[in-house]
Design a binder for this molecule. Structure first.
Ligand SMILES: Cc1cc2nc3c(=O)[nH]c(=O)nc-3n(C[C@H](O)[C@H](O)[C@H](O)COP(=O)(O)OP(=O)(O)OC[C@H]3O[C@@H](n4cnc5c(N)ncnc54)[C@H](O)[C@@H]3O)c2cc1C
Length: 663
């Protein structure tokens, strides 16, 4: 064990076991569930060799694909043997299956999180029953097929058609243009054998809007594409090397009438089209997906933070006055960056799990969202869209910063930071581009402002929490956030009003003149949600010292936000003057020292195995250099002392130029 890490752990005031239990409770709903999941993870890791031990980051893309496929199936079998449903969101959390897969995703993510959930929420009872029986008796790997080459964000612009044939009582699915070819669906290239296809419903030449259809892509017997369907991998991407994202082209594919998911809209056998439910229910599926993504993003963030904090305790660099190389964690600039990441990690973990609890409670109270009030759905949708965007933007920002904080070794694949950067990067686009999502949040906020309704969510028991002693320390910050929000929203609404009423702009034009400010107010709204949920979560911590440490961390997070992200608007709108801002900056710097002594234990509290982190820099024992050297020796380029290419490239070149003769 590295002696610096031993000292860091010894000197911390945090009770690590209690902190683990507290975080476990937040993430899994109760301490007992948390221990059950950790026990499951440990048994899984004992049975299935983690990718951390497989030299994974030195493999080629097709080798990575095959390994993740194999391990995904092993995990699937392990869960079956243990009579545990692979649909369980707790089991699928990165903290659990990540014990085997590190930050890599299981290959069946879309099958459980999108394919099955869409059927459950958009299908009639008969359809749910039927498709469950198909899935129980066959090995279905489903995907979610929406995006096309020409359109992603603009769903109504999708061109894939599902034309109803009244005679055969079938839909005919077609990709009529180059731009209509489906592009990007995860596992859609070479893995999935089924998909939910989002397509334009056409009856009697009439466009009836986008509906969801279940289409078989590949034969169960030989895994070949069904005739009329062409799928393939889209090629190398900025990451996700182990996953095939696919292109899918449909040529006159006939599917039965039953394959359109008809909970909200029905096509009768004679071709009559009838809307039977609220279109809002389409958003419910997104809520579940986005709640899961917020959890995934916050865990990714915690992985990169753990790596950077532990490495900063182990790494020593540059001499101090006594001629000793200090731990790089002792440099203020290092603390400023990694503790920003640490404080953000805790806040986003609290917020993501709060949102999941909100969604889960709403789902059970409203009969699978069927009875949800439109106002509640709109607010949940606005929060989940904005939080997904902010979680992944934050995750990407700090994955990159944490990489830089690890210097050159951070750039090695052995650091484990590269796939985290790549995952976070993709997360800013898939399931909704972050800017587009923040604009959706902003649209809701603007509507609330126009109706004079407060859009803010108050966590459970909030009225009592604001009476607590702890809240007295935070009141000033909450007041700043809320004043800033109110002033900023008044300014934006005023500008919109002026552009429309005085300048004669259309709403569309006025909106586009304000989108930069609208994105910023959506970020601020989400910040208020994050700090409120964090405060509510921290208040539940029963260990006084741990609660104190967490409240310092939350203050640090808030001070970063006010002095960095929102500084310009805070000063411009006279919420704080320059002296006030300076004082906040000083407060921030003095908090860094306090957080420093507990930082290693605060990342230990995430309770990750080395195989979750998949990083030689973040290993629990801190034996970084030995592991780094082993990783280097395992590079495939080192298989033979003289690489094969020598005989094909360098030797012929030498021979041609008679170089050896000259030596
Ligand atoms: C790794 C990965 C996995 C994916 N998996 C799937 C999958 O499983 N199934 C699937 O169907 N799709 C999948 N996708 C596709 C993904 O959902 C889309 O790429 C995403 O929704 C963004 O849409 P787009 O590519 O059309 O971006 P565009 O909409 O073309 O965005 C390009 C730029 O335009 C801006 N922009 C667009 N519209 C507006 C607007 N109204 N106002 C302001 N700015 C705007 C955006 O902010 C962005 O900067 C995946 C993508 C990736 C990268």
């Amino acid at each position: 064990m590295n002696s610096d890490l031993i000292n860091e752990r010894k000197d911390s005031t945090v009770n690590v076991e209690e902190m683990k239990n507290f975080l476990g409770h937040i993430q899994y709903g109760s301490e007992s569930r948390f221990h059950e999941m950790m026990n499951l993870r440990d048994r899984m890791v004992a049975k299935i060799r983690p990718i951390y031990e497989e030299n994974f980051y030195n493999l080629d893309r097709d080798e990575k694909y095959e390994m993740i496929f194999k391990k995904s199936l092993e995990i699937y079998d392990f869960l079956k043997e243990n009579k545990i449903s692979s649909d369980s969101t707790d089991v699928m959390k990165l903290g659990v299956i990540g014990g085997v897969l590190g930050p890599e995703k299981i290959l069946f993510t879309l099958h459980t999180a999108a394919f099955k959930v869409s059927i459950e929420l958009w299908g009639t009872n008969d359809q749910v029953k039927y498709w469950n029986s198909v899935m129980n008796s066959n090995f279905v790997i489903g995907t979610y097929i929406q995006t096309e080459i020409g359109h992603g964000t603009y769903v109504r612009g999708l061109e894939t058609t599902a034309t109803y044939d009244k005679v055969s009582k079938e839909f005919i699915i077609n990709s009529p243009t180059l731009t209509s070819i489906k592009f990007w669906p995860g596992t859609g290239g070479i893995t999935a054998n089924f998909g939910i296809v989002m397509a334009k419903l056409i009856i009697d030449d009439k466009d009836l809007g986008i509906q969801a259809f279940i289409v078989q892509l590949r034969d169960f017997k030989n895994h070949r594409n069904i005739p009329g369907i062409e799928t393939g991998d889209i090629g190398k991407k900025g990451g996700f090397e182990s996953h095939d994202n696919g292109y899918i082209k449909f040529s006159n594919i006939r599917i039965p009438l039953f394959n359109m998911l008809m909970k909200n809209a029905v096509v009768h056998a004679d071709g009559r089209f009838e809307k039977t439910g609220s279109e809002l229910i389409m958003y419910a599926c997104m809520l579940l997906l986005r709640g899961g993504l917020c959890s995934f993003g916050s865990i990714l963030l915690s992985l990169s933070t753990t790596i950077a904090v532990r490495y900063s305790a182990v790494r020593r660099q540059t001499s101090n006055l006594e001629g000793i190389e200090p731990q790089i964690m002792d440099y203020q600039t290092q603390q400023f960056r990694i503790f920003h990441s640490l404080s953000s990690t805790y806040s986003y973990i609290f917020a993501a799990n709060y949102l999941i609890k909100q969604i889960t409670n709403t789902r059970s109270e409203t009969n699978n969202f069927a009875l949800i009030k439109p106002a509640d759905l709109s607010r949940l949708h606005a929060i989940s869209a904005g939080l997904k965007a902010q979680t992944f933007s934050t995750c990407l920002r700090f994955a990159q910063i944490n990489r830089l904080c690890c210097g050159g070794h951070g750039y090695s694949a052995a650091s484990g930071l590269i796939p985290i950067i790549q995952e976070a990067d993709a997360g800013c686009t898939y399931e909704g581009d972050n800017v587009v999502l923040l604009l959706q949040t902003a649209r809701y906020l603007l509507k609330c402002a126009q109706k004079g309704i407060s859009p803010h969510y108050q966590p459970e028991n909030w009225n009592n929490l604001v009476e607590s002693d702890l809240f007295k320390q935070f009141k000033i910050y909450f007041d700043i956030y809320h004043r800033l929000y109110d002033e900023f929203m008044t300014e934006i609404s005023g500008k919109m009003f002026f552009l429309i009423k005085e300048k004669g702009f259309s709403e569309y034009q006025a909106w586009n003149e304000c989108t930069v400010q609208l994105v910023n107010i959506a970020k601020l709204y989400i910040s208020i949600y994050v700090v409120s949920c964090s405060f509510a979560s921290i208040s539940l911590n029963q260990n006084e010292n741990n609660r104190l440490v967490l409240s310092q961390l939350l203050k640090l997070f808030i001070l970063y936000e006010i002095t960095e992200d929102y500084a310009a608007n805070t000063i411009r709108l006279n919420i704080l003057d320059a002296d006030g801002m300076k004082e906040f900056s000083e407060r921030l710097l003095s908090l860094l020292k306090k957080v420093r002594k507990d930082s290693v234990v605060l990342v230990d509290s995430f309770n990750y195995l080395d195989s979750n982190l998949c990083s030689v820099l973040g290993a629990y024992d801190g034996n970084v250099y030995q592991k780094l050297f082993e990783f280097a020796k395992n590079s495939k380029l080192n298989t033979n002392n003289v690489h094969e290419s020598y005989h094909r490239v360098l030797k012929p070149y030498f021979d041609k130029n008679k170089l050896r003769a000259q030596l």
